[in-house]
Design a protein around this ligand. Structure first.
Ligand code: HEC
Length: 437
């Protein structure tokens, strides 16, 4: 007789090899469309194991361990009476996956529902030359340079000279540049476009690497981690789930992918220490992540529409979120509680940022108005008049897309859809012109 341990070795691999994922992917891709809440054909739901085991109008469709006796398996066979999916035949591989899965107990693995879909090939039409929106601004860590994503290029401006001359232009994207980030060591600039990211060597202004394959839709936001070793990028199909990817900056290797939100991620920030990642999404939520293990730390729930912009204060004890619901909210980072609301609630704030010294929060509205908030009072119970001192910024005639402020709070730059970068004097709130690009 075989010793028990050895015996276990013989049977275990067979059981373990029945990975539920291939079968669950068949259910996800071929069946769920007609067997989900709101569209439970034949009364059958395949969204959870419990629901599946409740069965549909006729019988429990899965008899764990017995594929041949299970209606779910019988119905996908070519000669099935009531064939599933109704107008299509599954491949032999898919049918085998379902059989193996049921025969080995129909173990449920819901993680496949959170997997990123395979990107669909898209042919981008040429951009009209007249369309030159500035979608993102990024201030270099030493604040000597400003990166301006305008249409399909990134323009680098020298902020150390009074005339703020253009230092160079990073060209390579053929699509709109929708996200930009500097590495904290000041060596790299990362730009996100459609289904790809470019890494630029900032000393030579040359492209060092392209990250593509698997990325979905527009890269809506990007940040580089504190040690300038990893990139976090947000992607997703329009209106689909929002994913965050982590790449090795030096090799371009994809290190992790996780479904962060049920809808597109619209904003991403790294905490000043670099240990936390903050995401804002069209699913109305902001979420805090541990940047080392990608685990969810906190969820900020309260906006009734898209979260458009997010920011950390200096020590990351407080975060600010701007919603399409016309609310700017301040939250206690740790407790997840809302501490105050700012603004007049009349127009949505399209972009906001906190000065690196934490003293000033700038928020710009979709109509081109803006405010500087200083002297924050904590725990005011939401009284907007008491939460902070407010200084209005001179309005601009366009919708701002992105805002940055220098750490001395003296200068504010905002990019806008009209292709311009507007400048304000932080002390007076008056516009001091536009950058010459
Ligand atoms: C295009 C819609 C559609 C898709 C896709 C689909 N089904 Fe169905 N399913 C139906 C309809 C409609 C019924 C109701 C029975 C009928 O009219 O044939 C049904 C019934 C069933 C039933 C019987 C439920 C009961 O108790 O009567 C099973 C089992 C089933 N489907 C399994 C599957 C599996 C497995 C897949 C994927 C491989 C799948 N279906 C994909 C539409 C669909």
């Amino acid at each position: 007789m075989l010793p028990r341990l050895l015996f276990a070795c013989f049977i275990l691999p067979a059981v373990l090899s029945a990975d539920p994922k291939p079968a669950m992917r068949v259910l996800r891709d071929q069946c769920l469309g007609c067997h989900k809440p709101g569209k439970a054909k034949g009364g059958l739901l395949l969204t959870t194991r419990e629901k599946m085991m409740k069965g549909g109008d006729t019988e429990v469709p899965v008899k764990p361990g017995k594929a041949a006796d299970s209606l779910l398996y019988q119905s996908v066979l070519a000669d099935a009476e009531s064939h599933m999916p109704p107008k299509k035949n599954l491949s032999a591989l898919e049918i085998t996956a379902l059989k193996t899965w049921i025969d080995s107990g129909a173990v449920w693995d819901a993680t496949v529902f959170d997997e990123a879909p395979t990107p669909k090939p898209v042919k981008l039409s040429a951009m009209p030359a007249s369309y030159q929106p500035v979608l993102v601004l990024a201030l270099s860590p030493d604040e000597k340079r400003l990166a301006i994503a305008r249409a399909n290029a990134v323009i680098i401006v020298d902020l150390t000279k009074p005339e703020r001359p253009v230092l160079g232009k990073l060209e390579g994207h053929t699509e709109l540049v929708s996200s930009v980030a500097w590495s904290r060591d000041g060596k790299w600039l990362v730009s996100g476009g459609f289904q790809r990211l470019f890494i630029w060597d900032i000393t030579t202004l040359k492209q060092a690497r392209v990250l593509e394959g698997g990325l979905l839709g527009c890269i809506t936001a990007v940040v580089v981690d504190a040690s300038s070793a990893a990139i976090f990028a947000a992607d997703g199909e329009t209106g689909g789930a929002g994913f965050i990817r982590k790449f090795d900056l030096n090799t371009g290797k994809l290190l992790a992918t996780w479904k962060a939100h049920e809808d597109n991620v619209l904003a991403l920030r790294l905490s000043p220490k670099g240990d936390r990642l903050l995401s804002g999404s069209a699913d109305k939520l902001a979420k805090l992540w541990d940047s080392a293990n990608n685990k969810l730390v906190s969820t900020y729930e309260g906006h009734t529409n898209h979260v458009l912009s997010v920011a950390f204060n200096k020590d990351a004890t407080q975060i600010a979120t701007a919603g399409a619901d016309r609310e700017v909210k301040l939250w206690n980072t740790l407790s997840g509680e809302q501490e105050a609301t700012l603004g007049d609630k009349k127009t949505p704030c399209s972009t906001l940022t906190w000065s690196p010294d934490g003293k000033t929060l700038v928020a710009l509205t979709e109509k081109g108005g803006g405010s500087l908030y200083t002297d924050f009072v904590r725990h005011t119970g939401g009284e907007r008049s008491e939460a902070a001192k407010t200084r209005k910024l001179t309005s601009i005639p366009e919708t701002p897309t992105s805002v940055v402020i220098t750490s001395d709070s003296k200068t504010v730059f905002a990019g806008a859809f009209d292709g311009k970068v507007y400048v304000w004097d932080g002390a007076t709130g008056k516009t001091s012109g536009e950058l010459k690009l």
